[in-house]
Design a protein around this ligand. Structure first.
Ligand code: MGD
Ligand code: MGD
Ligand code: SF4
Ligand code: MO
Length: 719
């Protein structure tokens, strides 16, 4: 007989969609996670990762529930349980020892992003030790979009107002797999008569529902965007009033775009000229929103590609109007996570901050003036291995599986193996945690409280703890605070300056400030709406040097970089003839699957039943050339790559001939440690991280690489 049953409105934080959830708790145990149809951003959208992945992670029999210390050699898989007090004392002392020997900069943190409290907690903890160094994986994710958005002055993030759009331009985004709320909104808009234009080399569901699908050669999107701009300008389809009032550098942009007439872009991209012109006309006949994704981000021309699309948004007047792309909204008095990192009171002295690894080469990305103040990751890995520009000897990695998700797995492992001290916060043992000296158990999204500002409603969301943490799991915030307490106890009083909150409740109250909404206000529904104004450009302004939207970027000009959007050839276009012949296919990585979140849930049976192995899509003509059929295994190598990766062929005309398209994040929890398949089925084992890099963000190419495949008879190690 059930004694108690409650339904708690919360928010799923397994991905950045942040769907509103309803969590059923019976007798202290979560028995169901379901969508919250009332949530203003997700509107009832949800996915299997929230329904199954999160509860199964929380109750997984192999979950890390206690702090553990390495009992054998590094990576040997021998562990010894220890108390939190001992774990935290040891971590503090080991980090202080490295600091004493090599200076504060020898400490570095790593986290996935700064969208939750864990990013801020980690970055501020490093600052409490005096180190400006922390890594996040945005260079591999949405960093090029973020930086272009900032440089241009749009401040819109994604901000798509799909429900009110007459046209949605979807570029390099697979919302069917990546974002159920966005996908639902697009399907609704389509049913309501909106037109969809999709630009993707693969035939995704978003291409299937499109009124016009452009299938470009990967990496050529900037040429298409510039041609669309050219067509729009030449046919006077732009918003002249908006441009006159708010844009800087229109004539220079027009001149640049004129170098890319649709006929030239057609040659570059292999998309028919008429389709490029049609796409321009459909987008110009707005209101239109720009729906962008990872397919044009995270590569060595990512910022310029986004600059071209962002210029299109600006000149068409689709910024911050109904049906366009909304600028970031928030209730007055609310502080967002990333802002904390830029506030003077939480900053290290400038001389220390200037030493952030990467700040000299990528000042718009790294260091005090950088996007999120974090490091350039590949330069950190290099610093660990070479001691240049200075030694990095200790790391604390939490909520990111860098062995699997950073390119060049062997190099990452070599770096981790060489550290003096390495701690990992995680829920499950994964290939990164396997190399740790200390493993700390983290709370899941069913056990923690978090406040979040949602771009897509806009609204505030609350993640409510539905249950007590399993075992001795603790939040990243709690861990950071405990270490800061120990620093104070060891006489490092200034540490507290960077971490003035002692509880998560205090921290959340700080975020909410005097915005008029409290955590209690959100407990009943899981969210709170707030009023906002559209198109308030006079009041909100543009945070650029000229105070206008910079089609011509003064900051890029100052840095000696191209101030105007440009098409920069990447991938095979940069290779010599011999390399192109030896590596004749073009590799696309990162295709999302509904079942997994990057490297997560590989340890859940239901997910492995749906998708047991990493696949490689090949066009039937390409498969024929190699004599391959679906379910054959191949070994894939990239030009000058560090190794091979095994993938299972899937023959499909969804992808272009000559293109090899795969996902990311594969490892086999059941395979032998410490790598657990990370050097076998993980695409990053076959990829480089040492450039070419985007000149602004330092992003390496996660797609568009020249590669070759050979049939292999070896079956998966795990089978
Ligand atoms: N289920 C699930 N959802 C997720 C995630 C997950 O792991 N699993 N991860 C989340 C995260 S962090 C991210 S960053 C997003 C990523 O999700 P998306 O933003 O959708 O990115 P991708 O799936 O990498 O690529 C999107 C599309 O870009 C196309 N593409 C590849 N190269 C090019 C190109 O050169 N030009 C153009 N126009 N298109 C190209 C690909 O074919 C693909 O269909 O998903 C988020 N949502
Ligand atoms: N070659 C290639 N590499 C890529 C990409 C690509 O497309 N191609 N994509 C890049 C992108 S866009 C991204 S965002 C990164 C992702 O890289 P990661 O952030 O490393 O990926 P995840 O597997 O999502 O997260 C890893 C760890 O996060 C921890 N974690 C923290 N909080 C939570 C939580 O609340 N729930 C759960 N379940 N786990 C949590 C878990 O311990 C998990 O092991 O990879 C990047 N790497
Ligand atoms: S899309 Fe899925 S994983 Fe992401 S927040 Fe929504 S339910 Fe959670
Ligand atoms: Mo991402």
């Amino acid at each position: 007989m059930t004694k108690s049953k409650t339904i708690i409105p919360s928010t799923c934080w397994e991905c950045s969609t942040h769907c509103g959830s309803l969590v059923t708790v019976e007798d202290g145990r979560v028995t169901k996670v379901a969508p919250n149809p009332d949530h203003p951003a997700s509107l009832g959208a949800f996915c299997v990762k929230g329904i199954r992945g999160l509860p199964e992670l929380t109750y997984h029999p192999d979950r890390v529930l206690y702090p553990m210390k390495r009992a054998g050699a590094r990576g040997e898989g021998k562990w010894q349980r220890l108390s939190w007090d001992d774990a935290l004392d040891e971590m503090t002392d080991r980090l202080l020892k490295v600091r004493a020997e090599h200076g504060p900069h020898a400490l570095c943190g790593a986290v996935s992003n700064a969208h939750f409290s864990r990013g801020v907690s980690l970055a501020l903890l490093m600052r409490a030790f005096g180190s400006p160094n922390w890594m996040m994986n945005q260079d591999l994710c949405g960093g090029c979009r973020g930086v272009s958005d900032k440089l241009t002055g749009l401040a819109m993030g994604s901000g798509e107002d799909i429900p009110n759009a007459s046209c949605a331009l979807i570029v390099g985004r697979n919302p069917y797999a990546a974002d159920p709320a966005q996908w639902q909104a697009l399907k609704r808009a389509k049913a309501g008569g909106a037109r969809i234009v999709t630009i993707d080399p693969a035939r995704t569901p978003a291409a299937d529902i499109a009124d016009l699908w452009l299938q470009p050669t990967p990496g050529t999107d900037a040429a298409i965007a510039l041609a669309m701009i050219d067509h729009i300008i030449k046919n006077k389809l732009y918003d002249a009033d908006f441009v006159g009032k708010w844009c800087h550098g229109f004539d220079a942009l027009a001149e640049r775009a004129a170098q890319y007439p649709a006929s030239r872009a057609a040659d570059i991209s292999n998309v028919p000229q008429a389709h490029i012109e049609q796409a321009a006309e459909m987008y110009a006949d707005g209101p239109s929103c720009f729906v962008s994704g990872h397919g044009i981000d995270a590569f060595s021309a990512g910022v310029q590609t986004f600059r071209a699309y962002h210029a299109l948004v600006a000149i068409s007047g689709n910024l911050d109007r109904k049906g366009g792309n909304r600028r970031g909204k928030r209730p007055a008095g609310f502080t967002n996570y990333v802002e904390i990192l830029h506030k003077p009171e939480f900053r290290l002295p400038l001389e220390a901050a200037n030493q952030t690894i990467g700040a000299d080469q990528f000042p718009v990305w790294s260091g005090p003036d950088g996007y999120q103040t974090s490091c350039h990751n590949p330069s950190v890995i290099e610093a660990v291995l070479t001691g240049k520009p200075y030694p990095v000897r200790a790391m604390y990695v939490t909520g990111v599986n860098i062995v699997v998700t950073y390119p060049d797995t062997r190099k990452t492992i070599a770096a981790l193996r060489s550290l003096d001290f390495f701690a990992v916060g995680t829920h499950m043992m994964n290939p990164t945690a396997e190399f740790a000296d200390l493993v700390l158990p983290k709370t899941t999204g069913l056990e923690d409280e978090e406040v979040s500002l949602e771009a897509n409603a806009p609204c505030l969301s609350l993640i409510q703890p539905a249950i007590e943490p399993q075992g001795e799991a603790r939040s990243d915030f709690w861990i950071a605070n405990e270490i800061v307490e120990r620093l104070e106890a060891r006489g490092i009083g200034e540490a507290r300056r960077f971490f003035p909150w002692r509880t998560k409740a205090e921290f959340n109250a700080y975020l909410l400030g005097d915005c008029g909404i409290t955590v209690d206000d959100m407990k009943e529904t899981g969210f709170a709406n707030f009023p906002y104004e559209l198109g308030n450009f006079e009041k909100a302004g543009f945070k650029t040097k000229t105070g206008k939207l910079e089609l011509y970027s003064e900051r890029l000009a100052e840095l000696g970089l191209d101030p105007l959007p440009a098409y920069v050839p990447t991938g095979p276009d940069r290779e010599d003839e011999a390399t192109r012949t030896a590596y004749p296919l073009m590799l696309l990585t990162g295709a999302r699957e509904r079942t997994y979140h990057h490297s997560r849930f590989r340890d859940q049976d239901w997910a492995r039943k749906v998708s047991p192995d990493p696949w490689l899509q090949l066009h039937p003509d390409t498969a024929d050339d190699y004599g391959l059929v679906t379910d054959d295994w191949v070994s894939l190598e990239t030009a000058r790559g560090p190794g091979a990766c095994r993938l299972k062929v899937r023959v499909t005309d969804e992808t272009l001939p000559g293109v090899a398209r795969t996902g990311m994040g594969w490892w086999y929890p059941e395979a032998p440690g410490p790598e657990r398949g990370a050097l076998d089925v993980n695409i990053n084992a076959a990829m480089r991280y040492d450039g070419p890099w985007d000149p602004v963000t330092g992003s390496a190419d996660t797609r568009g690489l020249s590669c070759r495949i050979t049939k292999t008879n070896a079956v998966a190690a795990a089978q």
